[in-house]
Design a protein around this ligand. Sequence first.
Ligand code: EPZ
Length: 429
Amino acid sequence: MDRIAITGGARLEGEIVISGAKNSAIKLMAASLLTDQPLRLTNMPRLADTRFLGQLLRRLGTDIVEQDGDDGAETILHTREIVSAFAPYELVRQMRASFNVLGPLIARTGHAKVSLPGGCTIGARPVDLHLEALRALGASIDLHEGYVYAQAPRGLVGAEIEFPFVSVGATEHVMLAAVLAKGETVLKNAAREPELGDLAECLNKMGAQVSGAGTSTIRIQGVDHLNGATHSVIPDRIETGTFALAAAMAGGEVRLTKTRSDFVDTLLDKMVEAGVEVIRHNDGMTIKRNGARLKAVEIETDPYPGFATDLQAQFMALMTLADGESVIKETIFENRFMHAPELARLGADILVSGGEARVRGVETLEGAQVMATDLRASVSLVIAALAARGETVVSRVYHLDRGFERLEEKLSACGANVRRIAGTGEPED
Ligand code: EPZ
């Protein structure tokens, strides 16, 4: 398996162009199951996760063409008919969000058999809210031997659904199913993440009637059928925040372009509080740090527009060298501090207790061998390594490849000393 070696100490100077959002792209790809016409997605990131979902969609009957266009990479998905409404375990377990094909399959064909996604390193991540909501839309759902068997032979019917707590995946999943249901669906306590707005916009271009996305009440008036459309994927706010934190950690001046600063306002405010200079532009932002030591600040993760759980590990990396103690509270996932012991291998001083981590800033970090445990945890190790003395080698970088497009290339272009070491095929740990 590949590893990434980083020699710390280089300041970052230059521009990084942000890719399309992974967590939007994979829901938009699933939307292609809802129409027999082509859906053309532009500004697509090319990632392991989009590849995994592509494999599943091909099996369900989607023709997929990938090409380059004026707005970055493009994927054209065309599902003339659903040839199979069966999503097997081998394909769903590779990428949890594949489970979201369940709703569109029921909506289009009236039945589906989809594997439950199983557990995940950052938490149990059940899908009970997804299943309850699909039941509320009239689907009959049985669970046997790790599979969801769903039936709605006379189609789905709109309903009022109030989520007991905010779930991005469940909100998106119901939206994908309810657009073809009979009558109106009202979602209360819906997630407000920008990816929800992107999905609603794309579905509306396809002929759906979704309003209120981006607020906690979403209304969906069901329609009989959907058309093809062309849609540009929104910028990846987690990649944006990650490179902003990398620039702050290494020091220097980096301009992030083809993105939106308003998607990461909560993060940028915390970075300014810590002493980082942030200049917002129409197409992104510039992050500057002149080498002065940062101040420790506290964060608590929350659903959007709160501090993103997907940026918590990267922020913790920044705090390892700050002056003072930073308290980091994780409220979304129960096991999302696995990067803490790996950061400690670089010399960080972190005490984890339940959903809280106390990071006492140290003067220096020192390069070491570390192991990636999940997608965002792995990039936090890269960020810490940018400011560590000597060389850090991060193993299990397949986690990184799931969600960051050309990470080494983008960092190296700004002067970071980062290289990929191709794996030998031998197990590495
Ligand atoms: C999405 O996951 C993202 N994934 C995650 O990003 C992100 O961390 C998360 O939202 C929160 O922002 C994708 O978009 C593919 P949730 P999702 O449903 O939809 C619990 C990354 O690194 N819950 O909002 O799965 C759940 O266990 C990934 O790109 C239930 O209990 O998150 C969690 O504690 C990691 N029952 C909380 O809700 C359910 O049926 C929020 O999860 C559903 C969720």
